[in-house]
Design a protein around this ligand. Structure first.
Ligand code: COA
Length: 405
């Protein structure tokens, strides 16, 4: 509890049975962009907790003044890879795979303060209360993501809350066209079942930074549409698929993998503020694309009505042709998104991800630097074998959890 400008601010847990509408009203006023400019609206489809509820532990807090909701914050906790180590009993003559080092990390998202209550310390109060919940639940680190030019948010976290700039992955967005994308004849795309996908991810990507220890629950979540593997045609097929263990014991020279998550079920987006001319132009591109799909002309989806998207996660692969394999997988994901009536396919990868080359995206819709800031929550945690994670250099890849996108 605290006094702001003579009024008492109470920070407490959100009550989903009574407050969903009030909270969504605050979300809406927080999203009003400058007049005459394009702005992106998010519709949480009546469930304010939707962006954290699939995580192993989550919490949503509200700041209340009288009977008014002045702000809110969401947070979740999971165990992820923060480094790697060699196994203790390794036989020096043998090649040994490195093992992941895990930590419990918390993530803050969906912090909003109603415009009429800003600069009164409510945002800070919400972050402090959320961190208390994180500490109480054993989290060692807390991190958040923001646009790097969101001054209010960057200042709040770095200047007032002790966070430091950590990683700057890229959000890559590709529109879903009216035509299907044709995939190279030289590549086969095979769908893996969740347990095969889990084996493959654990064996090959468990040491990737932010790899979630509960990868199985993500792959088995109903929002995962599937995991897809691209291989050179003729090497493997769905009929000859031997399972991930045998595949990895003798893989083809190049291959790649992605999983697809259905964000459309969780929330929708809408671009507002576009002029009639822009909307008509976009519509014209769709009409032409629909009429002449064989030309494979890029068209602009109807972003001016609520639309959903698919998120590609767990992107990885190896070999000289891996980026081409990724391109084929993105084409496959595009076609799935088209079947599901989505407006876009989105992914987020490390800024130095070597496979980024294979991911088709429109620069004007993407964000080259999504700023992630991190803080160590307690000084009394052991440094373990990786030391203080907040000081570690970035790896080539990063695992972006679809549950929190
Ligand atoms: C970011 C946001 C939550 C801040 O809420 P708030 O209640 O106004 O923040 P506080 O009053 O607690 O501010 C604490 C500190 O943050 C920084 N800060 C907040 N707003 C700022 C602004 N507009 N410009 C610069 N610094 C700012 C200041 O350091 C401030 O301390 P000070 O007032 O003593 O200078 C609010 O602006 C908001 O809802 N923005 C829209 C949604 C959003 O961007 N959310 C963050 C996504 S992660």
């Amino acid at each position: 509890m605290g006094e702001e400008y003579g009024r008492t601010v109470v920070v407490r847990e959100f009550d989903p049975n009574k407050e969903s509408e009030k909270v969504e009203a605050v979300e809406r006023i927080c999203e009003v962009g400058p007049s005459g400019k394009l702005s992106l609206f998010t519709d949480l489809l009546g469930d304010p907790i939707c962006r954290v509820r699939h995580s192993p532990a989550f919490c949503m807090l509200v700041a209340e003044i009288g009977d008014e909701i002045a702000g809110m914050i969401r947070g979740c906790i999971k165990t992820v890879t923060c480094g790697k180590k060699l196994p203790r009993n390794r036989n020096k003559s043998q090649f040994t795979e490195t093992l992941p080092v895990y930590t419990k990390v918390a993530y803050i998202l969906g912090l909003r303060v109603s415009p009429s209550y800003r600069r009164m310390g409510i945002g800070l109060k919400l972050v402090n209360a959320m961190e208390e919940w994180f500490r109480g639940n054993g989290a060692e680190y807390s991190y958040m993501a923001t646009e790097k030019d969101n001054l209010a948010s960057v200042m709040l976290f770095t200047d007032k809350c002790g966070y430091s700039k950590f990683r700057t992955p890229s959000i890559l967005v590709n529109p879903v066209f009216a035509h299907r994308i044709s995939i190279s004849q030289k590549i086969s795309v095979i769908q893996l079942g969740p347990s095969d996908a889990e084996k493959l991810y654990r064996r090959r990507f468990a040491t990737t930074e932010f790899f979630p220890r509960d990868i199985g629950s993500i792959l088995n979540n109903r929002l995962t549409i599937g995991t897809f593997l691209a291989v050179p045609r003729g090497s493997f097929s769905p009929d000859t698929w031997p399972g991930s263990d045998l595949f990895l014991s003798d893989p083809p020279e190049s291959w790649a993998v992605i999983s697809v998550w259905n964000c459309k079920e969780v929330f929708t987006l809408e671009v507002r503020g576009a002029s009639r001319v822009k909307r008509t132009l976009a519509k014209t591109t769709r009409i032409v694309d629909r009429a002449l799909p064989f030309l494979q002309l890029p068209s602009i989806p109807n972003f001016f009505q609520p639309f959903g998207f698919h998120f590609m996660y767990g992107l990885g692969g190896q070999g000289a042709e891996a980026a081409k394999m990724v391109k084929a997988l993105c084409g496959h994901a595009h076609n799935l998104a088209k079947e599901h009536g989505c407006g876009a396919v989105v992914t987020e990868v490390s800024s130095c991800e070597p496979l980024k080359l294979g991911i088709p995206h429109w620069k004007m819709l993407s964000c080259a630097e999504d700023l992630w800031c991190i803080k160590r929550l307690g000084e009394d945690y052991s440094d373990g074998s990786v030391g203080d994670w907040t000081k570690s250099p970035p790896g080539l890849s990063i695992f972006v959890d679809p549950r929190e996108f």
